[in-house]
Design a protein around this ligand. Structure first.
Ligand code: ARG
Length: 583
């Protein structure tokens, strides 16, 4: 059950009856900042009173009285200029939590309108190592796929590899000029990166070389057999390295449709734009001029309407671009899946690209909801772009190595302090789960739109807002159950929270369905991370204040424990983070 929706409709009903309104009003339900004022506040009376020319406090009185009659509500009080503060009924909370405990989806009802959503994420470029920048797209995207699926959507996770761009011309001539086949057979990406660097530097200084690279690219795109074979080799070797990283991260895709998959459509896309008068030729290139489209009276977003810079879809030499293949991709996603929604998990620097892409797709009549789920950069502890100790841009592989090493170190320290129950031979496996989980959580707990500082000491910690702390709380739940010889799977009981610490935990647990729905709808996994941290913190307080196994409320309190464990397990799972039963 979605608590907020339920209460809002209860409040709207009560308002309608108490004030004898013709239509159901908007109750304007808000969570309160301070528990002193109860759990929720109904604000809608004020606007209604204004409209009717009545005193809002007077009007709020009968509303409060009627609300207090409801089983959901223990107390309803008029406050301030005419708010009604609601305190939820403890027995009612217990009942909702009891049924949540018996539900595989922990109270998350399927969405009313099921959509087909394509999540375009990770999408690194071929022949380059993945860097920390790709980390966010991969981690965020993987979590969004899980969240959207969990709430009931049909989801396609697509790795839109950059496998068709200008880098291939440079790589083909570069391999000829500087390449080392033996090195390519070894660590291919290192060799490809080395060659690419030399080539792109040379192309800047040597026009003949640059022209050759462009010619090779054109040949490749026209289907030249030798160049195709080289390209295939670049793609295949890069895939091997990528697979290793995804495997470590536990990330999978439903599709790997890179830019090259759309090659055959590119010409048609340009033709269509010309035909519809959305693009025109300019100095040999085919361009979309936003200012001109706006002058023609077409619907152009404000920010683009004055823009003189065109959106280029075909270069003078006939080459297609990122823009062209992205347009073709939208066309394909419509035809193949009839997608309702397209979510692009890509860094903020590409905002302008997506704004133009979406605007153009809409002008072509596309009705898919297109969203750029943008994110900021990962910074080092010093607030500058994150680098390795040697000052290089950090590869993802080395970052994950460090995460696992540091997690192992933390496990060792925690074991020395006492209080860790992982047998020593399981430390390496646990370090993987803790290390990778910590990196993911550090990313997902951030509001994605901002940059964040990567701080190893904070993120691999058994205290504070970090995933090892949450995983530790989960293991603690499992350990209580084991001690009491109580089953975790399938545990059922009637929850009846009474003590303040029980009630505080219960109120937090109650929000899980709302939180998951919001995180999925707004593409904001941090909302879920915040919730899990609140659950762990409230559980920790409950654990100190309320005995469980020896208490008269044993069954109810065990119910709180199991529900805490399940929310942590399922919630972390939605963030792509594993749990450990014994810690
Ligand atoms: N390959 C691109 C990059 O690394 C990201 C692609 C994102 N997806 C898309 N459909 N444009 O910058």
């Amino acid at each position: 059950m979605f608590l907020e929706k339920h209460l809002a409709s209860v409040a709207a009903d009560v308002l309608q009856k108490a004030l004898s309104l013709d239509e159901s009003p908007n109750a304007l339900l808000r969570g309160t900042q301070d528990p002193k004022f109860g759990d929720y506040q109904v604000n809608g009376v004020i606007a209604l009173a204004k409209k009717a020319g009545k005193n809002p406090r007077e009007l709020a009185e009968p509303v409060a009285q009627a609300l207090a009659e409801r089983p959901e509500i223990a107390k309803a009080e008029v406050a301030g200029p005419g708010f009604v503060n609601l305190t939820l009924d403890a027995a009612w909370i217990g009942g909702v939590l009891s049924s949540m405990l018996g539900d595989a989806k922990l109270g998350v009802d399927p969405v009313a309108k099921k959509e087909t959503v394509v999540v375009d994420f990770s999408s690194p470029n071929i022949a380059k190592q993945m860097h920390v920048g790709h980390l966010r797209s991969t981690i965020l995207g993987a979590s969004l796929v899980k969240l959207l699926r969990f709430v009931g959507h049909e989801v396609i996770g697509d790795n839109h590899l950059g496998d068709w761009g200008t880098q291939f011309g440079l790589l083909i001539v570069g391999m000829r000029e500087y390449g080392d086949e033996a090195a390519l057979a070894g660590d291919a990406l290192v060799e490809l990166e080395r060659v690419y660097k030399l080539s792109s530097k040379r192309a800047k200084e040597d026009e003949a070389f640059a022209a050759e690279a462009r010619a090779e690219l054109a040949k490749l795109q026209q289907g030249d057999a030798d160049n195709r074979a080289m390209w295939q080799k670049f793609v295949a070797t890069t895939r091997t390295t990528l697979d290793r990283i995804y495997d470590r991260l536990g990330v999978t895709f439903d599709e790997w449709l890179g830019e090259s998959a759309y090659d055959a459509r590119l010409g048609g896309v340009v033709e269509l734009l010309l035909e519809k008068g959305l693009a025109r030729e300019d100095e040999g290139a085919i361009c979309v001029f936003w200012n001109e489209l706006a002058e023609k009276g077409l619907e152009v977003p404000k920010r683009l309407a004055k823009q003189k810079e065109p959106f280029i879809v075909r270069k003078k030499d006939g080459a297609f671009l990122y823009s062209t293949s992205d347009l073709a991709t939208i066309q394909y996603r419509r035809e193949r899946w009839n997608a309702d929604r397209g979510v692009y998990v890509v860094g903020t620097p590409q905002s302008l690209h997506f704004e133009q892409l979406f605007a153009l797709a809409h002008l072509l009549g596309e009705t898919m909801r297109l969203e750029h789920v943008a994110f900021g950069s990962v910074l080092g502890k010093d607030g500058r772009p994150k680098k390795t100790r040697e000052g290089e841009t950090e590869t993802l592989a080395s970052l994950l190595d460090e995460a696992e090493e540091r997690a192992l170190q933390s496990i060792r320290e925690k074991a020395e302090e006492g209080g860790l129950r992982i047998p020593e031979d399981e430390w390496p496996a646990a370090a993987k789960i803790l290390g990778i989980g910590a990196v993911k959580y550090a990313d997902l707990m951030q509001n994605r739109t901002t940059d964040y500082r990567f701080d190893w000491d904070k993120l691999i910690s058994f205290k504070g807002n970090a995933s090892p702390y949450l995983q530790y709380m989960y293991a603690r739940v499992r350990s209580v159950l084991q001690k009491g010889d109580v089953a975790y799977e399938g545990f059922a009981s009637t929850l009846a929270p009474e003590e303040p610490a029980e009630l505080a935990l219960a109120r937090t647990l109650l929000r899980f369905p709302d939180v998951v729905a919001r995180a999925a709808e707004d593409s904001t996994p941090h909302v879920l991370a915040d919730h899990l941290f609140a659950v762990a913190s409230e559980f920790s307080r409950f654990w100190t204040e309320c005995p469980v196994l020896e208490s008269e409320q044993r069954q109810s309190r065990l119910g709180l424990c199991v529900l805490t464990g399940r929310q942590l397990e399922v919630g972390l799972g939605l963030l792509g983070i594993e749990v450990i039963e014994r810690m």
